[in-house]
Write a protein that binds this ligand. Sequence first.
Ligand code: SF4
Length: 73
Amino acid sequence: MKVRIIRDECVSCGTCVDTCPDFFELGEEDTLSQVVERYRNDGKRDEGSVPPDLEEAVREAADLCPVQVILLE
Ligand code: SF4
């Protein structure tokens, strides 16, 4: 499963980080949600590949995002 975060529209609520801290973090400088470094695709902060053991938590985070900017593919 792949994830893309529309960072421009993130409101920095932290829900995704609280729900799945192994996959999401808030950017140190812009406080927008991003994929943790180890799971990024080509080093992109807004795109990542989800390992099987985190899929359920990432789905939950996407569901809970108040502005629905976590896209699953
Ligand atoms: S849950 Fe959505 S709005 Fe909140 S920090 Fe994560 S991506 Fe941003």
